[in-house]
Every structure is written in C-alpha cells, then in structure tokens.
Design a protein around this ligand. Structure first.
Ligand code: HAM
Length: 436
C-alpha cells in the first residue's frame, strides 16, 4: 500500500501550523473592526456553480478542479471548492438576502483545492481567508477594502506592493475586448496555445500570456477604454485610498484570471517569494449575483492566500521577530518545532506524584498558563532535560518528599534558580517570576 502524501497536499506541524493560526486570528480580529461577519460554506458544490461564475475559460475550470460524480445527488458532478466567492454568492442567494437585505458583509476561512503544478507557494490544497461585500456599488466600499488589506499587510510587517486597475463594466468592456482581439491576432505567432484557444472567448487572458510577458506591455490598456462612469469610479477609489495613506500603483495591464470581475481589480505581491508572490487578490464583481440567478446586486471581495503570507513572514526576520513571543518557538526551534513551549513542565517522580500533579497542573492551567506533564516513569534527569529541550520556562518538580511537605520545587530553567513553592501558592509564584 502506498501511504505517501499526495503531491501538493501538506502536513503542517507545530510552528508552521501555529503561524497560520496566528495569521488567521489576526485577520479575524480585523474583521471585527471592519464589521464583517463570518460565513461557513460547504467544501463541495455542483460543478455548474464554478462553470457559470469562475468561468469556462478560466484555468481553474478548464484544468484545475477536483470533480467527481456524486451518486446521491442524481448523478450530478460535484467539485471540491477551488475558491470561495461562488459558494458565498450562492449562499447569499439561497438565503434570499438579494431580495430582503442586500447589504451584507461576510468573511470565510478554510482550505481550497486546485490541481495546479505544485511549487513553492503553490499547493493543491491551500488556505484562503476571504471577504465578500454585497449591495455596495460606491467607490468608497472599494477603497475601504484596499485600506483593510493595507492594514493587514502593514501590521504583519510584510514588504509588499499593491497593484490596482479597472477593467470596466458591461458597457465599456466590449470595446476593450475587441481591441485586445485585434491586437492578439496581429501577434498570433508569439502567443501561447492557451491564448490561441481563448482569444475569442476570453481575450483579457492574453495579458497573462506565459510565453511573452514583454509583448503584453504593447497590448491595449483597459484604462483607455473605460466609460465615463467607470473612469469616475476608479478616480474616487484612488483618491480615497491615497487619502487614507494606502500606497499602490496603477497597473493598466493587470487583469484577473477569473471571469466574474468588473471595474476595480487588485493584487498584492510580496517581495522575495519568487514566482508565486501574490498574497492577496480580488476585485469587484457587479454582475455575478445576477448571473447565478439572484437579483441585480453589486459585489466586491478578495482573498488572502494564508500559506503565502506565512512564507512571506518566515522569510522576513523582522516580521518573524514581531511574532516571536506569540509563536512560542521552543529554544531548539530549528530541530524540534512540534509544540508551543510550555510555561511549566511538571517533572513527576512516581505514581503518587502523578496523582498529586494532575490536580496541581489543572489549577495552573485554570490560571491561563500552558503546562505539560512529563511521564512519571522517566528519571528526574531525563524529565529535566526534556523540560529544557522543549523550551519550558519552569520545571515544577513533584515527588514523595514534596507531597509530604505540600510544596513543589519550582525551578526557573532560564535563571537557574530553585525555590520551594507551597502547592497553594504555586500559581502566584510562577506569575511573579514570569513578570520579573
Ligand atoms: P485568486 O487570485 O484565485 O482569487 O486567489 C486568491 C489568492 O489565493 C492568491 O492571490 C494566492 O495568494 C492564493 N492562492 C491561489 N491559488 C493558490 C495555490 N494553488 N496555492 C497557494 N495559494 C494560492 C480568488 O480565489 C478569488 N475568489 C478572490 C476574490 C474574492 N475575489 C473576489 N472575492
């Protein structure tokens, strides 16, 4: 039997997993401040949902979905979600919000699945933290999201650049499409097979051509084709974001790989991540609710790639240091990144001591401190060396003598001091030393 991990699917242990949790928790805290509520959506949806939203000509739908027949669902084909937006829009329509309370603000967090070629920063199962806002077509809403993203990136000390663009609406997009098709045909020989196949169906993707990035710089710019309303909208987005101190560059050749976008589109790229350096991406999707059978309601959102944010932090000593104490890496972080270092490790000498220690440890934990109990069947020497190597600050030593005296030995492993700590005063004694 082959029990190898699947390619592009990761096992995350210790500090790697903890780093993701910290980033996710930080994003959740931001959501509170921006008044955005959580939504949990299914991992499986019908294939039609993605075909109609993400788009038949997107890489995701063309070649990256994990799709299979679901026998229970009248032989329909279901897909492991490759992104969150379509599921959130479907949930919004299913709940009837488009008719009853169109203004909604949601966030979600969880795994997404795409059968891509795995490499650093690109996995087949990866974690997104996404936001979707419904019922707001004003540019102030776009700017608010750019400010939110800027807050997230700057507070994590990530060195990154934000690029924004406007790709127009259903009024002005046709002229831009026509110009791109004409440009593509005049450079036919230099385009890749994907471009040849998609030129009529999705000419915006020509700007992402993998063969010749330089050539794309000669392509028509979306900004030259914006209608008056789109131009004004994009102007206000930039004005408000700049007034709030967000730094961004306008990249008129940035289009997104998914089909539903209209008007504002944006990507944030982190320095030093190599080719998979987009850590946040999103944009407006004013027609999507209607395309999926709902009322005509505007929408806008983005997703943070949590795995890539973790890579950006790991590669940046300043950012990592800022998280250091919260990451609680054991002293030998490089070799044993399994657990968060405990504040106190109980060194337990025999079975009577084990009975006493389970209660004592419970009291210390109730005070909010992180405790690990070591095995009573090991020698004191081996337990102390274990306490040291896991990075515990204190060893609480309990044996027969300590039980009789109703006092443990509290050893400060950093300062190399040992004191007697009556069982009743163990917590205050640990706390007093922690703040020293
Ligand atoms: P996306 O650009 O496909 O957009 O993905 C958003 C982010 O997810 C990327 O910028 C990247 O950080 C991360 N990501 C994507 N694929 C992978 C992968 N294979 N491995 C690791 N990370 C990855 C969306 O998914 C849209 N739903 C975003 C959105 C929300 N637009 C509007 N609302």
């Amino acid at each position: 039997m082959d029990l190898q991990r699947l390619r592009g699917f990761n096992d995350l242990f210790g500090s790697s997993s903890r780093l993701l949790t910290i980033i996710e928790n930080h994003a959740r805290e931001l959501m509170e401040r921006y008044s955005i509520g959580e939504i949990r959506i299914p991992l499986l949806e019908r294939i039609e949902l993605y075909q109609r939203s993400t788009g038949e000509t997107s890489d995701i739908v063309e070649k990256q979905m994990y799709a299979f027949e679901d026998k229970d669902e009248r032989q329909s084909t279901v897909v492991l979600r490759p992104e969150g937006t379509p599921g959130v829009v479907r949930a919004y329509i299913t709940a009837g919000f488009d008719r009853t309370q169109p203004e909604q603000r949601f966030y979600y967090s969880g795994p997404m699945f795409r059968r891509e070629r795995p490499q650093k920063g690109r996995y087949r199962q990866f974690f997104q933290f996404g936001v979707e806002i419904f019922g707001r077509e004003d540019a102030a809403c776009d700017a608010e999201l750019l400010i939110l993203i800027d807050d997230f990136v700057k507070q994590r000390l990530i060195d990154a650049t934000m690029e924004i663009n406007s790709i127009g609406c259903k009024e002005c997009r046709p002229a831009f499409r026509a110009a791109l098709i004409a440009w593509g045909k005049s450079h036919w020989d230099k385009l890749c097979d994907d471009c040849h196949n998609r030129i009529e169906r999705n000419p915006l993707r020509l700007l992402d051509c993998k063969i010749d990035a330089k050539l794309a710089e000669t392509a028509p710019s979306s900004l030259d084709y914006l209608c008056e309303a789109c131009r004004a909208h994009f102007g206000v987005v930039q004005e408000l974001a700049a007034a709030a101190g967000v730094t961004f560059v306008v990249n008129p050749r940035m289009v997104r790989g998914l089909d539903y976008y209209t008007r504002t589109a944006f990507e944030v790229r982190a320095r030093g991540l190599g080719s998979q350096d987009t850590i946040v991406a999103g944009g407006r999707y004013d027609g999507l609710v209607e395309v999926l059978g709902g009322a005509s309601i505007p929408g806008i959102g983005f997703a943070i790639g949590l795995d890539r944010v973790a890579l950006a932090i790991e590669g940046n000593p300043r950012a990592l240091q800022a998280l250091g104490s919260r990451l609680d890496l054991p002293r030998e972080a490089a070799t044993r990144q399994i657990h968060r270092a405990p504040v106190a490790a109980f060194v337990v000498l025999g079975e009577a001591a084990a009975r006493e220690s389970v209660n004592l440890a419970r009291v210390v934990r109730a005070a909010g401190l992180n405790v690990e109990m070591l095995s009573p069947y090991r020698s004191i020497k081996s337990q102390l060396s274990q306490a040291n190597s896991m990075g515990a600050r204190f060893a609480v030593i309990v044996g027969d003598r300590e039980i009789e005296a109703k006092a443990a030995r509290l050893r400060d492993l950093r300062r190399h001091e040992e004191v007697e700590a009556g069982f009743a005063s163990l917590v205050p004694m640990i706390e007093a030393r922690l703040t020293k």
